[in-house]
Design a protein. Structure first.
Length: 191
C-alpha cells in the first residue's frame, strides 16, 4: 500500500489557489484511477485506487495546510506505513510556475504543510513532489500569494503541470523515486 498526499486547504474559497495545487494532482490521479467518491476519515478525504498495478490511497488532509501531519500520522499508524510509502505533493514558491521537482527527502523548504508531515513522521526522508507556483510579484506577501487563485493566463500551464505531476506520481508508484527524479526533474538551466 502506498499513499499520495495532496496538500491544500479545505473550503470553497481555496479552490484553484496556488496552495491547493496538491489537491489538483490527487483529483487528476483519482480521475485516472476511476476512484469512487471520497471517504472522510483520518481527518482527510481518502480515495482508494489502483494505479500502475499498485494499491494506493489518495489523501487530502482537511486540517488546513499547517496541520497536514495529523492526517499523515494517522494513516501511517493505521496501515503501518513507512515514510518511504508516502509521496507528498505540494506547491513550491522557489520553482518557476509549472516546473516540477521530485526528491527522496530533504528539508521542507519553508512549505509548512510538508514541515508538519516531516515533524510528525520524525524524518526528512519522505518522498515529495513539488510543483512550482512562482514567486510573488513585487512586494506581495508570500502567504497572500499562495492563497490567491491562479490567473486565467496561467491556467493552461498549471493544468499541464498537474497532468505531468500525475505522470510523475505514477512513475514513483511503478518504478520508485529515483526513476521519477530522473524523468521529471528540471535542471537549473531549464528554469
Amino acid at each position: 500500500m502506498k499513499c499520495i498526499v495532496g496538500l491544500g486547504n479545505p473550503g470553497g474559497k481555496y479552490v484553484g489557489t496556488r496552495h491547493n495545487i496538491g489537491w489538483e494532482v490527487t483529483a487528476e490521479l483519482s480521475r485516472r484511477g476511476g476512484a469512487p467518491a471520497g471517504k472522510s476519515r483520518f481527518d482527510a478525504i481518502t480515495r482508494e485506487v489502483v494505479l500502475k498495478g499498485v494499491p494506493v490511497i489518495l489523501l487530502e488532509p482537511q486540517t488546513f495546510m499547517n496541520l497536514s501531519g495529523r492526517s499523515v500520522g494517522q494513516i501511517a499508524k493505521f496501515y503501518k506505513m513507512s515514510p518511504a510509502d508516502f509521496l507528498i505533493v505540494c506547491d513550491d514558491l522557489n520553482l518557476p510556475l509549472g516546473k516540477l521537482r521530485v526528491r527522496a527527502g530533504g528539508s521542507s523548504g519553508g512549505q509548512k504543510g510538508l514541515a508538519d508531515i516531516l515533524q510528525v513522521l520524525g524524518t526528512d526522508a519522505v518522498p515529495r513532489l513539488r510543483l512550482g507556483v512562482g514567486r510573488p510579484p513585487g512586494t506581495m506577501d508570500a502567504a497572500a500569494y499562495v492563497l490567491a487563485q491562479f490567473r486565467k493566463d496561467e491556467r493552461i500551464e498549471v493544468d499541464l503541470a498537474v497532468a505531468t505531476a500525475a505522470d510523475a506520481a505514477e512513475v514513483w508508484l511503478a518504478d520508485g523515486v529515483d526513476s521519477a527524479m530522473n524523468r521529471f526533474n528540471v535542471s537549473s538551466d531549464q528554469k
